[in-house]
Design a protein around this ligand. Structure first.
Ligand code: DQA
Length: 147
């Protein structure tokens, strides 16, 4: 089973980007750390990061045929990316919203997610573990749907 792991603006600079909020792991380190858990779940992850909304939309469109679901950390697009939200709605598989930080405990504008209603659920506030928890939830959902 293949799962897309989509990461939006500014997530390429994790490690040095506000480490007190986002931790000191790079995106590549988060990807590597998730690998054993993914393997155990029988999942092959495909990681994509872009600072451009259109790239993430295209990744969803072109990935629909080969992936069974997706994790999506939209970065700040979470809060205003309506075209990305529409692309999530058009993606024919479940998408789980992911955030490293607790978006509800920060600035008020981060509390609104335009992606949330298009996603099956979300995991936020657990740092890199948010990806692992979201992958587990997605795997269980896809398995249950297949049964
Ligand atoms: C984030 C939260 C967003 O509000 C922010 O714009 C990000 C990262 C997170 O993972 O905590 O870029 O998605």
């Amino acid at each position: 089973m293949k799962v897309l792991v989509l990461n939006g603006p500014n997530l390429a600079i994790l490690g040095t980007r506000e480490p007190a909020i986002y931790g000191s792991e790079t995106l590549a380190e988060i990807e590597a750390a998730l690998e054993p858990a993914a393997k155990e779940l029988g999942i092959e992850t495909e990681w994509i990061q872009s600072n451009h909304e259109g790239d993430l939309i295209e990744a969803l469109q072109s990935g629909a045929g080969r992936a069974a679901g997706a994790l999506l950390n939209g970065g700040a697009l979470t809060h205003y990316g309506l075209a990305l939200a529409d692309a999530v709605r058009a993606f024919p598989h479940p998408v789980v919203e992911v955030h490293l930080s607790n978006v509800h405990a920060r600035e008020s504008w981060r509390r609104r997610s335009v992606l949330a209603a298009a996603c099956v659920g979300g995991v936020y506030g657990f740092g890199a573990d948010s990806y692992r928890l979201a992958l587990l939830a997605l795997a269980r959902l896809v398995e249950a749907e297949r049964r």
